[in-house]
Design a protein. Structure first.
Ligand code: MLT
Length: 324
């Protein structure tokens, strides 16, 4: 038998193996997780934390690739188009997998084109300002924005968590904000620290370290309870903008059609990472809270995503937020 015929024969046989048999040899090569926001930001940091532990469990390297732009919709689109073989996955969160469907004409369907893998930790946002901004607390910040006529706010693009939180704040406080889009919150945070922006809504997992070292100020946390890791930062209720709650929950997804055996291995690896005490300590330092194990499953992520789409799409559409 000639070499080309042999390869064709073996290839044909492999394609006809039952999915479970093929899943048993998965993963046979490195896996890529596409992060749809800039390197160094909260999504990228969580992706790398999960990738490192999941790679050890699965016995293969997991590489994180940042494919940014349009509030994460470019990177998520890349996952939708990837082969459904378990070697390209996507990390995303509340805004990429819920909000973007209400404000962008996406080339993919957020529910139909992906297989959920695991629900990952969540965290609220901090309302942060440049250190030189003359406002000691959230009420003074609102007063300063009104007196100033506007404030320059860094966001990760129209529809990102950092943008939607700012729009919500603007509506609740009857202020006017000028949005400055970046490819993720990390580059925006650099400009905030340098005084080129006035304020931001940034996830606790990213902002906390900069609040601790004094390079930015935090006026409130967008939750009804204070963070255990930063008990001196008041809630929005305490600080004077009640009800401004935003919780950014994360998930891992694969392209639609990824074999169930592959998804099961990935879910188990993600859950093993979240059960590891060292990973849990890192989550706690970052202000991230892992869901209880029964909510970490693929099915639980699917249910959460559907429920959040039903809840938020009418709110976002009524707020008239559109991609330019
Ligand atoms: C990021 O990783 O840069 C953020 O998650 C973007 C956002 O604010 O939604």
């Amino acid at each position: 038998m000639r070499r080309r015929e042999f390869i064709a024969l073996v290839g044909g046989a492999a394609a006809s193996w039952p999915l479970t048999a093929r899943a048993e040899i998965y993963p046979a090569r490195p896996i890529t997780i596409i992060c749809p926001f800039a390197a160094g930001g909260p999504t990228d940091v969580l992706a790398r934390l999960m990738a490192e532990h999941m790679g050890r469990t699965l016995g293969q390297n997991i590489v994180v690739e940042d494919i940014t732009g349009a509030a994460g919709s470019i990177g998520v689109g890349r996952v939708a188009q990837a082969p459904a073989d378990g070697y390209t996955l996507g990390i995303g969160h509340w805004s990429t997998h819920v909000v973007n469907g209400a404000i962008y004409a996406l080339s993919y369907d957020l529910l139909r084109d992906f297989e959920p893998i695991a629900q990952l930790p969540a965290n609220p946002m901090l309302i942060i300002t440049r250190p030189s901004l003359p406002a000691a607390d959230l009420k003074e910040l609102v007063g300063w924005i009104k007196a100033n006529g506007n404030a320059m706010v860094g966001t990760a693009g129209v529809g990102s968590g950092s943008h939607i939180a700012a729009v919500y704040f603007q509506n609740k406080t009857a202020t006017h904000l000028q949005f400055v889009p970046y490819r993720g919150t990390d580059p925006a945070l650099i400009d905030l620290m340098a005084g080129r922006l006035d304020m931001m809504f940034d996830q606790a997992s990213e902002a906390m370290a900069r609040v601790r070292d004094g390079t930015i100020k935090a006026d409130a946390v967008t939750a009804s309870t204070r963070l255990a890791s930063a008990p001196d930062i008041p809630t929005v209720d305490e600080a004077g903008v009640p009800g401004l709650y935003i919780n950014i929950w994360y998930g891992l997804w694969a392209p639609k059609g990824t074999p169930p055996g592959v998804i099961a291995r990935l879910t188990a690896a993600a859950m093993a990472a979240m059960a590891d005490p060292q990973v849990q300590k890192r989550f706690a330092d970052l202000g991230l809270e892992a869901p209880p194990p029964e909510q970490q499953t693929a099915a639980a992520l699917g249910r959460l995503q559907r429920a959040e789409i039903e809840k938020w799409w009418p709110i976002i559409k009524a707020a008239g937020i559109h991609a330019q």
